[in-house]
Design a protein around this ligand. Structure first.
Ligand code: FAD
Length: 438
């Protein structure tokens, strides 16, 4: 068997001329070829105190995830460069032991019994503008290391006057996980700006740049979420850097506001463009009102964000729901790319699931509406449980202090069963869940 760390060194060394980076921006230096010292370094497990949210050396998932539940792991590894990330992943795959990758832990929930394998923490940071002669002058290509905090990236882009991700302000977690579920909020999603990702792929045992289109990004979904074995080392975004697109005072404008709730909060019409900073500030305010930004002072933010995805069902099925149940059209491309099917047949009364290739239209339902109208209100908790529906948002399950993963799972199952009994729709969880049956 070849030594995986040497293999990686060869891969990194053979990448050829790095692309040019602008000098006056935070740097994400291109990876140099590995030295013998580095190869030694990457083969060793490393302590991680400085890499965790609270600065303590973590011993369990409760201290590594925003839901703050979950037992111990066998071993913790930390990657502080893209090279280390690829090398650790190669070594772990080579060992054939089980392992999982963890960014900010904001979309991961692990059982109280923990996880028998290793955890690899993604901690390579950096943002840089990358030269790209194929782009028009008003666009800029930005390379972001996988361990870069997502919201710091958004703050940076707004400060630079680059539009495209401002509506994704306040989403917790790291950039490398953003393509995994094609993060989205307030009418935007990563797919709108993602150019490509740099992956270390298990089958290839090599580093490869994959265009965004090949990730099959869909609503909270991608091939990475569906089990494609690859580690995101960095992501490239294309943002709008047009200086013509600004207010009379020279403030850069956002992408058009297409989400009604955000337009209302901004006091503008749908389609309007608003100074970038105003969009960011408003999104952060609205998110905070819903407990959707991480805030140590807000117990409603001890969660994994939205626990359930908005179900996508056939138009025919949606007609069986009460007329006032919110429903949103799903465009054909999104429908065909959505791998998971959420349709459930109510009491066997409806015909079999439609053939989506036949062009039947699909609609997205509101999971929050379904939950509330199944009788589960904000703040709901099962008797004696420390897990509760957020006081501010029906879609979030929260840990109200000392909850176990079992209690989180129990509440989630209760919500699923109530919605299924009332509406015949099976809600699917959004987070990545290990060792808990939902
Ligand atoms: C309060 C709150 C609000 C939220 N709001 C939103 C929202 O508005 N929209 C939204 O889309 N999400 C939202 N989320 C969910 C979450 O923030 C995002 O999914 C985020 O992208 C997860 O990033 P992470 O680094 O924390 O991922 P983690 O939980 O660490 O990992 C998530 C998954 O990605 C994998 N992964 C992590 N890094 C990599 C990598 N480098 N390469 C390959 N796979 C990787 C992990 O193995 C895991 O399967 C919210 C979460 C919380 C707690």
């Amino acid at each position: 068997m070849p030594d995986p760390t040497e293999e990686i060194a060869a891969i990194v060394a053979s990448r050829g001329e790095p692309e040019r980076y602008s000098d006056d921006l935070p740097s994400a230096a291109p990876e140099p070829a590995a030295t013998a010292d580095e190869r030694e370094h990457v083969s060793m497990p490393q302590p991680a105190a400085q890499d965790t949210p609270d600065g303590q050396t973590p011993t369990d998932f409760a201290s590594l995830t925003t839901m703050q539940v979950g037992g111990k792991f066998a071993q913790l590894l930390v990657a502080r460069t893209a090279f280390e990330l690829a090398a650790h992943a190669a070594g772990l795959w080579e060992s054939e032991d089980s392992w999982l990758l963890l960014g900010g832990g904001s979309n991961t929930i692990v059982a109280d019994s923990g996880y028998p394998g290793s955890v690899l923490l993604v901690r390579n940071t950096g943002i840089a503008v990358v030269a790209d002669d194929n782009l028009p002058e008003n666009k800029v290509r930005v390379r972001v290391q996988a361990g870069q905090d997502w919201d710091e990236l958004v703050a940076w882009s707004v400060a630079q006057g680059y539009a495209g991700i401002e509506m994704l302000s306040g989403i917790p977690g790291l950039a490398g996980a953003a393509p995994v579920q094609n993060i989205g909020a307030y009418g935007g999603e990563l797919a709108n700006t993602l150019h490509s990702v740099e992956l270390y792929e298990r089958d290839l045992a090599a580093v490869r740049r994959l265009p965004a289109a090949e990730l099959r990004l869909a609503y909270r979904d991608s091939i990475l979420k569906q089990g494609y074995e690859a580690v995101v080392l960095s992501i490239d975004l294309v943002l709008d850097a047009s200086r013509d697109n600004s207010t009379a005072e020279g403030q850069p404008l956002s992408a058009p506001i297409i989400f009604p709730q955000l337009a209302k909060a901004l006091g503008v019409k749908l389609g309007a463009q608003v100074p970038l900073r105003e969009v960011r500030d408003t999104v952060l305010r609205v998110r905070a009102e819903k407990g959707m930004v991480l805030d140590p002072q807000d117990p409603n933010s001890v969660s994994a964000g939205s626990f359930f995805m908005n179900p996508i069902v056939s138009e025919q099925f949606a007609r069986t729901l009460p007329p006032h149940a919110p429903r949103f059209p799903v465009d054909a491309e999104e429908a065909s790319d959505t791998v998971t099917t959420f349709d459930a047949i109510r009491d066997g009364q409806l015909p079999p699931l439609p053939d989506y290739d036949s062009g039947e239209r699909r609609v997205k339902l509101s999971a929050a509406w379904l939950i509330e109208n199944a009788g589960i209100k904000k703040g709901f908790r099962l008797p004696g449980s420390k897990a509760a529906i957020s006081d501010k948002h029906t879609l979030a399950i929260t840990n109200r202090g000392g909850a176990t993963a079992a209690e989180i799972g129990e509440l989630a199952r209760y919500v699923v069963s109530m919605v299924q009994a009332e509406f015949g729709v099976v809600l699917a969880p959004e987070p990545n869940i290990y060792g808990i049956e939902i």
